[in-house]
Structure formats: structure tokens, C-alpha cells
Design a protein around this ligand. Structure first.
Ligand SMILES: [Zn+2]
Length: 392
């Protein structure tokens, strides 16, 4: 039986004032009414040295009353299991992730310890498709202790990548990104497994075998423009694997989380843009047809911006894999680089989306429809498309 304890940082920020107990956190203050001081006296016993029976005896409470008191404090994430067992992690890992545990301890409860969160990272497999900006995400994942990382790319490291893809070195120039990154990640953390595939992604099928092994996929490919992400999206939808996308534009970056058949997908995003801005079709067509030939010539990737965008994605991934905190609802994040005024918005799941709409989920087609078909579907706004939804 665990011995409940007040988290030490909670003890440090706790104060008592007449009939209120106050916990002054960084941006919030939690207040618990305690007119007769009984809760304060109860909390004083929570130092990890006593079990539930002992606490009941000392405070002359029933076991049920003690459990109710503990569950009230636990709801506010004030308690830790004093004797939580970090089993499943090696001695080296306990040392290596010491600061992860300190961070996770802020969020742990009587039911889930900081070690549980770390173990979930260790047991996870994340595939990163595209090892340009994706190489930086892969490095965050390796540092935090994601147990298995699968990297996919077909490019070689070029000197002009190094201004932002800073886990490659000058010695790696000319080497396949897959090989160079594998070497770097294992140098960073030899406790993680790193598997790599030199592969050009030209269809959703070209990813199926990788997606089916992953708990989560990052689509960080910019070629072919837009279509690359749509291949990843389709492959992930067909296997119901959550996926992330990010892009760095001229003045802003965005990142996007897709929970299959829950939130909108990459095709829903195109539909969303077009339905809110009818002139967007032309822009999207231009983006798809041009630029591919000389993708790097107009790439505004700048190290701090790449670090920021990739870190935002990695932070969301950590929440998704561990559950230490809930995911923000608004899955589409936009970061304007000039003023850092980060905003989030919702991309709804469109019932008539050709990839994740109500009709598509029955057929579960693996490949995305053509770009033309997607744009046509997006333009079919309020012409009865929703009414024609198929009853399944
Ligand atoms: Zn969709």
C-alpha cells in the first residue's frame, strides 16, 4: 500500500490564513476552505511515512474519510506516492531522466507516478517522415526518452541544411540523412532504438509498413508540396494512427495535430481554408504545381524558428504519449515569428472530406484522392454536399 505524501513543492508554496489553506502556484492560487483547521492538520500527516490506516488512527477518522480527503487533494494534483516504484527502468535511465521525473512529478497523482509517464515514453514508437526539420523533432524525442524512433528520408545532408538542421554536422555533409541522424541520435541516447529507411514517399502505401508499427507519426516532408503530407495523412487515417504536421512559411510557422476521425485531417484543412477564403484555390494550385523543382532555393528556415516549431510539436507529442497533461483542444497552432503571438484554432472534421469524412471512413481507401478532386470537393460548399451524405 502506498504512503501518500504532499508534493514537496506544494509544501513550499502552502500557507495558512485564518480559515483558508492557500497554494500559490506560478500563475494560479489554489484555495481550500478549512474553517476548523482539520484539513491543515490532515495535510501535516502526509509526509510519506504513514499509510492510510495510520493516518486514520492519528486523526481519529474512518478509512473512508481518509480516502475521501486524499482523493480531494489528489484531484488538485497535490499528492505523490511516497514509495512509488520506478520498476521497468534501468539504473542508468533513473539517472539519465532525473529531471524528467522532477518535471513529471508536478503532474503525477496517487494513480500515476512520474515513472509511469517515463515508462510510457520508453514503450512508445514514433515515426518521423522527413528528416529535415524532422531531424530536430527526432532529437527532442531521443532526449526525452521515446523508446523507438523510426526515421524516413531519401536525401543527403547538404551544407546549407546546417543553418537549421543542427543535429547534423559538417562531417555528415554528403551522407544520407537517415544514416547520419541514426548515428547522432544513438550518440545522444544509446538507450533508444533508432531504425531508419532510405525511402522516397510517393504514395500512402509507401508508408503503410512503417505507420502500422508506430503509435504516432510526424509528417515533416515538404516534397511534393502538400501532397507529401497528404500521403502521410492517408496512411495514418487508414491505420488510425495520430499524426503531426509542421511547416515554416516566410513569416509564420504552423503545426497541426490530427486525431483520426476525431479532429480534422490535412484534407479537412484544405477544405477549411478554401471555404473560408474562396480565392485560396488559386494559391493552393500554384503551391502544388510550382516550387517543387527548387524546393530549397526559397526556404526561409532559420534555426531559432525551426527549434521553436519542432519543440512545440515535441511538447504536444509528450502529452499525447504520456497523458501527463491533457492535449490542448485547438489542434492548429500558428506562430508569427516577428511578434511570437502564438494562436491556436480548430480545424473541424468535414463530413464530406474525401479522406476522413463520413463516406470515406467506410471504404477506408488508402490513397488520397487527387489534388483536383480535393479542390473540387472543397469548392462544393453548401451545394447540398452535406445533405447527400451517405447513410452507412
Ligand atoms: Zn479530413
Amino acid at each position: 500500500m502506498m504512503n501518500p505524501a504532499l508534493k514537496s513543492y506544494c509544501r513550499q508554496v502552502m500557507s495558512r490564513d485564518l480559515d483558508v489553506i492557500r497554494f500559490k502556484m506560478e500563475r494560479t492560487t489554489l484555495e481550500i476552505d478549512d474553517p476548523d483547521g482539520s484539513i491543515y492538520a490532515f495535510i501535516q500527516l502526509l509526509d510519506g511515512s504513514r499509510g492510510v490506516e495510520e493516518i486514520a488512527r492519528e486523526r481519529q477518522l474512518t478509512l473512508r474519510e481518509v480516502e475521501e480527503g486524499l482523493s480531494m487533494l489528489d484531484r488538485y494534483r497535490l499528492l505523490t506516492c511516497g514509495t512509488a516504484d520506478p520498476s521497468g527502468l534501468t539504473e542508468r535511465e533513473k539517472l539519465r531522466y532525473k529531471n524528467n521525473f522532477t518535471y513529471f512529478s508536478l503532474y503525477e497523482s496517487l494513480a500515476e507516478s512520474r515513472f509511469d509517464f517515463q515508462k510510457r515514453l520508453k514503450e512508445a514508437t514514433v515515426a518521423v517522415v522527413g528528416l529535415g526539420g524532422g531531424s530536430v523533432i527526432a532529437a527532442w524525442l531521443a532526449a526525452m526518452g521515446v523508446g523507438r524512433i523510426i526515421g524516413v528520408d531519401f536525401d543527403r545532408v547538404e551544407l546549407n541544411n546546417l543553418n537549421r538542421q543542427f543535429f547534423y554536422t559538417e562531417d555528415d555533409v554528403g551522407e544520407y540523412k537517415t544514416i547520419a541522424l541514426q548515428r547522432r541520435l544513438l550518440a545522444l541516447n544509446r538507450d533508444v532504438r533508432v531504425e531508419v529507411h532510405e525511402r522516397r514517399i510517393d504514395s500512402a502505401r509507401s508508408l503503410s509498413d512503417i505507420v502500422e508499427q508506430a503509435d504516432l507519426v510526424v509528417g515533416a516532408i515538404d516534397t511534393p508540396p502538400l501532397l507529401g503530407s497528404r500521403f502521410v495523412n492517408s496512411a495514418c487515417l487508414s491505420r488510425r494512427v495520430p499524426s503531426y504536421y509542421l511547416s515554416i512559411g516566410n513569416r509564420l510557422g504552423f503545426y497541426f495535430r490530427v486525431l483520426p476521425y476525431e479532429s480534422g485531417c490535412t484534407d479537412c484543412r484544405v477544405m477549411h481554408i478554401m471555404r473560408n477564403d474562396p480565392s485560396a484555390a488559386e494559391r493552393i494550385r500554384r503551391q502544388v504545381s510550382g516550387a517543387a523543382a527548387d524546393a530549397d532555393a526559397g526556404n526561409p528556415g532559420f534555426a531559432p524558428n525551426v527549434a521553436m516549431m519542432t519543440a512545440l510539436v515535441a511538447a504536444d507529442i509528450a502529452k499525447q504519449l504520456t497523458g501527463y497533461a491533457s492535449l490542448p483542444d485547438m489542434a492548429f497552432g500558428i506562430v508569427p515569428f516577428h511578434d511570437m503571438d502564438i494562436s491556436r484554432s480548430l480545424i473541424p472534421r468535414y463530413p464530406d472530406c474525401p479522406s476522413c469524412g463520413t463516406a470515406s471512413s467506410d471504404s477506408r481507401a488508402v490513397e488520397p484522392v487527387s489534388m483536383e478532386q480535393l479542390l473540387d470537393a472543397a469548392e462544393a460548399v453548401s451545394t447540398g454536399t452535406r445533405d447527400r451524405e451517405t447513410p452507412s
